[in-house]
Design a protein around this ligand. Structure first.
Ligand SMILES: [Zn+2]
Length: 178
């Protein structure tokens, strides 16, 4: 399996243009991506290495506001605003690794289903919102009801036990992600 993945990666890297290749090498070698936006809240967190649950060469994962238990944000490491122009490698990671992260979260908190939203209303740095959904939610059966900006809400963080399981699952993933 590892061999297959390695070959797949190599083929992809070989198919990149010179500019993309340079950028990919850059992402690979540096822990933090050089393309950060000084006024972007997400970039500031990435630069400060704050609240990051998981990172690979392309994406980072962090908790969002916990109005829904386990609300996660998955985003490219670089400040990217146009999904349609995303570097192919980053897009692959953004899509495929997000599924792995959802599975890891699922093991920790066992939701009844997941909602995955791409909104782009407040923070324009490309990101997925992952919302685990539970039948007991007041807004079950509907899109997640999100408190407005600045509105107070009841936080529902993971319990310590759930967080331990989630982090353990993320560590397990680390070598599998792009
Ligand atoms: Zn940003």
């Amino acid at each position: 399996m590892a061999g297959f993945l390695e070959n797949y990666r190599k083929d992809l890297i070989d198919s990149l243009s010179a500019v993309e290749k340079k950028r990919f090498t850059c992402v690979k070698q540096r822990r933090q991506h050089p393309h950060l936006h000084p006024e972007c809240a997400f970039c500031r967190k990435i630069k400060a290495n704050k609240d990051i649950l998981l990172e690979n060469r392309h994406i980072v994962v962090m908790f969002g506001r916990q109005h829904h238990k386990g609300h996660l944000l998955v985003m490219p490491k670089a400040h990217e605003e146009d999904l349609l122009k995303l570097h192919q490698k980053t897009l692959d990671s953004f899509m495929n690794d997000t599924m792995q992260v959802m599975k890891a979260l699922g093991k920790a908190i066992k939701p009844d289903l997941f909602n995955l939203e791409y909104l782009d209303n407040w923070d324009h740095h490309i990101h997925w919102n992952i919302y685990p959904r539970f039948r007991k939610d007041k807004d079950w059966g509907n899109p997640p009801v999100i408190p407005l900006k600045g509105e107070k809400f009841k936080e529902m963080p993971l319990t310590k036990g759930e967080l331990d399981v989630f982090k353990k699952e993320l560590r397990r993933l680390k070598n599998k992600l792009w």
